[in-house]
Design a protein around this ligand. Structure first.
Ligand SMILES: [Zn+2]
Length: 285
């Protein structure tokens, strides 16, 4: 990649960082994203900088082992680039990776509830099945291993338990859109949960949808098992939360919500008199 093109990629990485920050997907200096620019070269966001205020010169260059190549750069590459590199190695078609902590999706990761499937067409077409990797310490190579173990050639988004998301695509904007759709979908799920009801698409509706997806040039291996009902096999963890009815702050120990007691006219009279006395006293002082 020539210098001019590389500068364009650096600028795009700053623009995407700004969008990530504006959307509230990464607080403080959280998150990181990268673009593969050659067989053994990856541009990666630096550590310790808000993604909202990146400049092109701060973007670091690493090889496929994670060694920072641009020694003159005062910025240090993100420690989580190791996760990105493992995705690139596992999926040679991927050219951009975005790791983020989108709040609505991360709520599922914190609760260790798999993102349900077979509910929203947009999420099905653009994200598909979203696996949940078990928790491992951020920046450890085990984090990348736990993610890569779950991806197939159609996976583009993985949740990491108690941590956040990782999205990947052929382009940086494509990977970013996956992140945006993921958090919008999870927000819709949490809102529908407040309404107390979630309709799942039927087997036939899912088969139709996955056929349409295939026509878009996005084959989905779930189409083979969808007629047998494989979609939504892990939805129960989310659907079970619909049975939880919140109680008010004054709930009694036995779980019953205390009903307000009727107040007698004498009691009201007494309260009004007490307030009036207080007002009169404050006016005199
Ligand atoms: Zn992280």
């Amino acid at each position: 990649m020539n210098t001019q093109n590389q500068f364009q990629v650096r600028r795009e990485m700053c623009d995407i960082g700004h969008r990530i920050w504006l959307k509230g997907f990464c607080a403080g200096n959280e998150g990181n994203h990268s673009v593969r620019i050659a067989e053994d070269r990856v541009l990666c966001t630096p550590t310790g900088v808000s993604k909202g205020f990146l400049t092109p010169d701060q973007i670091t260059v690493v090889d496929m082992d994670g060694t920072q190549i641009d020694k003159h750069n005062v910025m240090k590459r993100s420690s989580e680039v190791l996760l990105h590199l493992q995705v690139y190695k596992a999926r040679p078609d991927v050219e951009a990776v975005v790791h983020s902590h989108p709040p609505h999706a991360t709520a599922f990761a914190i609760a260790n509830i798999p993102i349900p499937e077979g509910i929203h067409p947009e999420a099905e077409v653009f994200l598909g099945k979203i696996p949940m990797a078990k928790y491992t310490t951020p920046s450890y190579k085990e984090l990348g291993e736990s993610v890569v173990a779950l991806i197939n050639k159609q996976t583009n988004t993985v949740m990491m338990a108690n941590h956040g998301s990782v999205s990947f695509d052929r382009t940086l904007i494509g990977a970013y859109y996956k992140l945006e759709i993921l958090d919008a979908y999870c927000r819709i799920l949490l809102l529908s949960r407040q309404l107390g009801k979630v309709n799942q698409l039927t087997r036939d509706e899912m088969v139709d949808l996955l056929k349409v997806k295939e026509k878009f040039g996005l084959p989905d291996q779930r189409l083979a098992c969808a007629p047998g009902g494989c979609i939504g096999a892990e939805n129960q963890a989310f659907l079970a939360t619909l049975d939880v009815h919140p109680q008010t702050a004054c709930a009694c120990a036995d779980g019953q919500v205390q009903k307000p007691q009727p107040v007698s006219p004498e009691k009201i009279e007494e309260m009004v008199q007490r307030v009036t006395d207080q007002i009169m006293a404050s006016m005199k002082s």
